[in-house]
Design a protein. Structure first.
Length: 194
């Protein structure tokens, strides 16, 4: 079961030319950054597990129902807490955050990578410095495994706050499970744009 095939994928392209960098013709695979996608996958996963392990089907159904009830309540809380992020503008290290941006109403205005998957170049960072010297962005976002030097370099020269967001559970000390993953993402973003 491929989880991302059960959600609407963003950024699908007809081009599979690797000269364009780390592209995904079938769409951006980072679907886990929108909790509505997690709910869709959880529902399908529970049904599939019940098929594979029919003897315990009722356990999967009960636990799925419990999870989805708690998950929907958490989504409502996250959306309420994240309301101040709507309309904020982000420069991202890599196009890992398109589902989060769509969900929270954040506008992606630039990327540190001129070519997806290729480390930021001095030329491109210099261009971003000029482009965002007088504003135009509220936050610079990167994942913990991405080199912090480009984000910090741009932040120092533009005054835009750089923030590290967990891309998955375990990505930061605060992201210990699915629920705390979104708590941590939202709290870090709110702290960066205040």
């Amino acid at each position: 079961m491929e989880a991302s095939s059960f959600v609407v994928r963003l950024d699908a392209t007809a081009s599979a030319d690797r000269a364009g960098g780390d592209i995904h013709p079938l769409g951006n695979p980072h679907v886990q950054t929108n909790p509505h996608n997690v709910a869709a996958v959880a529902d399908v996963l529970a049904k599939r597990m019940a098929e594979l392990d029919a003897q315990n089907a009722s356990v999967y159904e009960t636990r799925s129902t419990d999870f989805l009830l708690r998950w929907q309540a958490a989504i409502a809380k996250w959306e309420l807490n994240a309301a101040p992020l709507r309309g904020k503008r982000a420069i991202t290290h890599h196009k890992s955050w398109v589902y989060l941006e769509r969900w929270l109403g954040i506008e992606e205005v630039g990327n540190l990578e001129a070519v997806p998957g290729i480390p930021p170049t001095a030329t491109h960072l210099s261009k971003l410095t000029k482009e965002f010297a007088d504003g135009g962005a509220d936050v610079i976002v990167r994942a913990p495994y991405q080199d912090g030097k480009p984000a910090n370099w741009l932040a120092e020269r533009t005054g835009i706050t750089a923030v590290v967001l967990p891309l998955s559970v375990g990505g930061t000390d605060g992201a210990t499970d699915l629920f705390s993953l979104y708590d941590d993402i939202i709290n870090r973003l709110l702290g960066a744009v205040r």
